[in-house]
Structures are given as C-alpha cells and as structure tokens.
Design a protein around this ligand. Structure first.
Ligand code: TYD
Ligand code: MG
Length: 453
C-alpha cells in the first residue's frame, strides 16, 4: 500500500498528519492544522552520498582557534548573546508582533556596523525608505548599514553571496518566500525552507545570520518554534504591551548560557538599555502593602529584584478563580495545596490573583517562598515588614529548600536598600553582606514567625 502523504501540517509545532483535525496531537493547540503542498521534486538522489571528510577533534583544536566574537557595544544585547556575536552562527529572535523586534535589530545592526562588521538588513515587511525613516527616528541615519527590501529567498541568497556580509539580518522569516516550495509564505514549509537556507548560508560562508520570527497564538502563520532546533541561538523578546519594559531572553544558546536576560525600555527614540533592572522593576512600588512581596531572583547570571503582588478575595463562584501573570499556574496550585495541607491554611472559596510587577516572567522555583508570603500577606491583610526580600524553594512536604546563589541575591538586595532577608536554612552558608537573615527550615515556622498564625 502506498504510504499516505503527510500534507496537513500544524502551523504551531510543525507536526505533519495525513488528514485534517481540529486539534494538533503534537502540541495540543486548536485550529492550527493547515494543508500544505509538499516540496517540489528536487534533483534525483544519488545512490551513494557525496564526499564527506572527518577530522579528529585534536586536529581541530590545534589548527583552529575559536573565532572571535564581536560585541555590539550594547551590553544588554551582548550579554544575552553570551558575550557577543559568533561568526557563522544563526540566531532567531522571536516575539509578539509590535513588541519591538525590528527596532531592536535595526539598533543592533547599527551597533555591529559601528563595531566594524559589514551588516546587511533585509526587510521583507517594510520598504527600504521606511526602514531608513525608522533609522532616522532612532538617530541612526548615518550608520553604515546596507538595506534591502526583498522577500524572494533566492534573490536574498544571491545578494548575500555577492555582498558577503559579516552579519545579515532577515526581518522576518515569515515573509520569506522560497519559489521551490508550493505553499504560501508564512506556512511551516516556507518558514522551514527559509530558515534552513539561511542557516546553511551562515555555516558555509561564515556570515552570522539573525532571523526575526513572529510568535502567533492563533496559528495563522507558522511560529518560530518550527525553526528553533535549526539555529544556534534562540532569543525571545518579551514584554507587556502596556509596559515600556522589554526583556530579551536567551532560551537556547550553543555559544553561551541560556536563560540570560537583557532589559530594555521602549522610549520615543527607540530601545534604551536598562543597566539596573531591579531599580526599574521596583520603581513603581509604593508603601509596603498587604500582598506585596519583593523576591530576590536570579536571571541568567544576574540577580534581579521583582515585586510579587497577590490578591485574595472571597469568591462569588462555586469554582474560585486562580489567575497568574508572569509565573507558572500549576506551581501556584502546588503552593496553595502545600499551604492548605501542611499549614492548615485553606484557600477554598477564595479567588486568588498573582501578578509579577513590571511585565517580568519568573520561572525559578526559588520564587516559591516569596509567592507563599504574598498569598499569606494578602489573605491575612498584613504587610510584610518593610525592606524585606524573600526567596526559597518549597517542597511538597512543606520543607524549605536552599537555593543557589544566595549570596548574590543578598548583595543585590542590600545594594537596593533592603535590610532583611527571609530565606531557607542550610545550603552553602550565605554571608549576610550586612543583611539581617531570618532563616527557616519549613513553611509552618515561616507562617508562625512572620504572620503569627
Ligand atoms: P517594531 O520594532 O516595529 O515591532 P516588531 O518588529 O516586533 O513588530 O515596534 C513597534 C512598536 O514600537 C510600535 O508600537 C511603536 C513602538 N516604537 C516606539 O515606541 N519608539 C520607537 O522609537 C520606535 C521605532 C517604535
Ligand atoms: Mg517588525
């Protein structure tokens, strides 16, 4: 029997199926499956592969020094890249439409050009004149960046082959169109083909390539997730529309640490670097209020203080609401369950809202104790003592587990004028750095000490 052809492709995760269905079995998203034409026939395959050459690792090490990185001189960007741009690397910058990706990359293009790289900025979304206008607005009109407005992948590759830039920026991968692929631009096959061609170009020619990818929740166009595994580095540009803060986060980096963040602020004149994010995230904090707790977190290699806000109110619904912004909802459910079963503090019949201020997203389990403190503080309507930071992981038994980099967390807190830290006992003895440490071994003693319950 002939194998069924897989022509229905999930536009979110790229899984292929032989027939249409409303929900993708691969990623669980709804209405993301669309029909796509397979790749057109290429040249007949050779029975035997072409020449391949293997070298021993030691040969490589002796003959080839690691290629030097180029720093853009924008510290927030350089740090996220792992210290600068690596030649021949492929980088994907993903983010919601309108978040500021084009602005960031135009500024990056200018910065790299001023550091001596030959940079081409290819825009598939805007005409060169529009890009130039934007550059003028950003005060970058005199930067030695070459612009091209093009969507045909073949033309782009020819241009890049002729120009041989050190860095090519392609904005965006969803507007690229490969003429040997039957489906529409933005579909999974097109996005994959474009990413593959551009990545191969980077590897073959030694140019670094930065691709922009829009993230879409409704699955209208293929998301960057389908190209994540092809590239060396994946950065996400995040932020809330209502806030001016933008966070560039590395989620994958073959040449540096993942989970590093760079913080920017969107201003009338483009993105400005934020060198002290803790001060920025805490700047909107007023007097100590019930439900508000400052968490001393670590993002990548850097300590960042953020404010957690909780609200607990009697619920009019039979199924109380649990709403989280900036943290993991299932982790919240776990903390509520531990508070209930280990400390005897019920949240049944109460709506619970938790928000990380400033549009920041936290993924560290070290925030557990700060979340529990915010929930309790809101529930008991009692503010934590002022100038207090909280951090620590909570286990299902209600024990508090020490977390990494306690010393850095304390130092950052002290720098910003905090005097007390509530944290787990044990672990590598953390020096107080002049802070008063209130160390506890389990959640019950925390509840007793802090809230007298
Ligand atoms: P843009 O970089 O076009 O977003 P993306 O490429 O991710 O779709 O940024 C769009 C938003 O940024 C737009 O709403 C206007 C705002 N913006 C500023 O606030 N200041 C500026 O200097 C620029 C260029 C844009
Ligand atoms: Mg754009």
């Amino acid at each position: 029997m002939a194998k069924p052809t897989l022509t229905f492709v999930c536009q979110s995760c790229g899984a292929a199926f032989s027939k249409w269905s409303g929900r993708c079995d691969g990623c669980g998203e709804w209405n993301t499956i669309a029909e796509e034409k397979p790749l057109s026939e290429g040249p007949a395959k050779q029975a035997l592969g072409g020449r391949g050459r293997a070298v021993t690792l030691t040969d490589l090490a002796a003959n080839e020094a690691p290629p030097p990185r180029t720093a853009a001189g924008l510290d927030e960007l350089d740090r996220v890249l792992g210290g600068g741009l690596v030649p021949a690397s492929a980088v994907l910058v993903g983010g919601d439409p309108g978040i500021g990706k084009s602005t960031l990359l135009l500024q990056a293009a200018a910065a790299f050009a001023r550091s001596g790289l030959k940079v081409i900025y290819v825009s598939g979304e805007e005409a060169s004149a529009q890009v130039r206008l934007r550059a003028q607005r950003l005060g970058l009109a005199d930067a030695p960046v070459q612009l091209a407005a093009e969507t045909n992948l073949r033309d782009i590759l020819t241009t890049l082959d002729n120009e041989r830039p050190d860095l090519a920026i392609v904005d965006s991968i969803q507007t690229m169109w490969a003429d040997n692929v039957g489906s529409a631009p933005g579909s999974v096959s097109q996005v994959r083909a474009a990413a593959h061609e551009l990545t191969s170009f980077a590897k073959k020619r030694g140019s670094a390539v930065i691709m922009v990818g829009h993230v879409t929740k409704d699955g209208q166009i293929a998301g960057p997730r389908v190209v994540e595994h092809m590239v060396d580095t994946v950065l996400y540009f995040e932020g809330e529309r209502g806030h001016q803060f933008r966070i560039l986060r590395s989620v994958k980096n073959r040449f540096g640490p993942a989970d590093e963040i760079g913080v920017f602020e969107m201003t009338g004149g483009g993105l400005a670097q934020v060198t002290n994010p803790s001060a920025l995230f805490l700047s909107e904090r007023g007097q100590p209020a019930p439900g508000s707790v400052v968490f001393s977190g670590i993002e990548g290699t850097r300590p960042v203080l953020v404010e957690l806000q909780a609200l607990v109110a009697p619920s009019p619904h039979s199924q109380p609401r649990r709403s989280v912004v900036g943290w993991d909802g299932s982790r919240l459910a776990m903390i509520l369950a531990v508070l209930e079963s280990r400390c005897g503090i019920p949240f049944a019949g109460l709506d619970v809202y938790l928000n990380v201020a400033g549009g920041m997203k936290i993924s560290e389990p070290a925030a557990d104790l700060a979340v529990a403190a915010a929930l309790l503080s809101a529930r008991e309507d009692s503010a934590l003592p002022p100038e207090t930071v909280v951090f620590g992981e909570i286990s299902l038994s209600g024990a508090l587990r020490p977390v990494g980099q306690a010393e850095n967390r304390l130092k950052e807190a002290q720098k910003l004028g905090f005097s007390t830290a509530i944290m787990p006992k044990g672990g590598k003895a953390a020096k107080g750095a002049g802070m008063k440490l209130s160390q506890m071994s389990d959640l019950t003693s925390f509840v007793g000490d802090v809230f007298g319950a």
